[in-house]
Design a protein around this ligand. Structure first.
Ligand code: KIV
Length: 263
């Protein structure tokens, strides 16, 4: 089984073939996700909510992320390993470089950073030093208190245009991937068309290049009401690996996301 690289993600985009991404936090689940065909694994700071029980991702530390990155790196097979920079890693360029360096040494192959167009200097500094970057736009959960909750972003024309412009700016600065969270499907399509790099969506509609979900959501073990954009793929199946494979197949065949998962 060939290891997935950024070149494969670019080829998927060129071929209009959707790719699958899933969060993972330990070696065993990473192994099952790889065996099920998942293309990209994310050690997300969502671990603060789904593993640690916090109400947001803000309490997650660099050490937390490093621990789970090492675990996933040991278990993963073919999937590309993307890892989140935690809250305030983007405080300044020195901090970003330090934290991203630590993630890469722990096994990250792509570093995800939340924010907006203002991050362009940091994205440039990282990519010039050999750190591939995924820029996370739209609903960026580390800014939940600024947004006043987990709300769909880019509904107004001005906001949508700003997100498209930010995506272009960050790609010009060197970002290899854009991740868009909780935006109207039309905006997902607009960003996909605006940039040459792969666009991964979570609640960003069907017309992006890749789909990502939080593992706990697809296994139906989310606390409280699951988000609208998620689907329980374990329901009606008898193993976790079968659920991962069903998610992967649904993404590849464009059966997921369906209308009811979109904004
Ligand atoms: O932390 C995370 O799991 C994420 C996904 C929601 C994309 O950023």
């Amino acid at each position: 089984m060939k290891t997935v690289t950024l070149s494969h993600l670019n080829a998927f985009k060129r071929a209009s073939e959707p790719f699958s991404c899933l969060t993972a936090y330990d070696a065993s689940f990473a192994q099952h996700a790889g065996a099920a065909g998942i293309d990209v694994l994310l050690v997300g700071d969502s671990l603060g909510m789904v593993l640690q029980g916090h109400a947001s991702t803000l309490p997650v530390t660099l050490d937390d992320i490093l621990y789970h990155t090492r675990c996933v790196a040991r278990g993963k097979q073919r999937s590309l390993l993307m890892v989140d920079l935690p809250f305030m890693s983007n405080a300044d360029t020195r901090q970003v470089l330090h934290d991203a360096g630590a993630l890469m040494r722990a096994g990250a192959e792509l570093v995800k950073i939340e924010g907006a167009g203002w991050m362009h200097d940091d994205v440039r500094a990282l990519t010039q030093r050999g750190v591939p970057v995924c820029a996370h736009l739209g609903l960026t959960p580390q800014s939940v208190h600024q947004f006043g909750g987990y709300k769909v972003q880019g509904r107004e024309q001005d906001d949508a245009q700003r997100i498209v412009d930010d995506a272009r700016l960050l790609v010009d600065a060197g970002a290899s991937v854009i991740l868009l969270e909780c935006v109207p499907a039309a905006l997902g399509r607009a960003v996909r068309d605006a940039v040459e790099v792969p666009v991964i969506g979570i609640g960003a509609g069907p017309d992006v290049d890749g789909q990502i979900l939080v593992m706990h959501d697809i296994l139906g073990v989310t606390h409280g009401r699951p988000p609208r954009f998620a689907k329980n793929f374990l329901a009606g199946r008898d193993s976790i690996q079968a659920a991962f494979a069903a998610y992967h197949d649904a993404v590849k065949t464009r059966q997921f996301p369906a209308e009811e998962h979109c904004f």
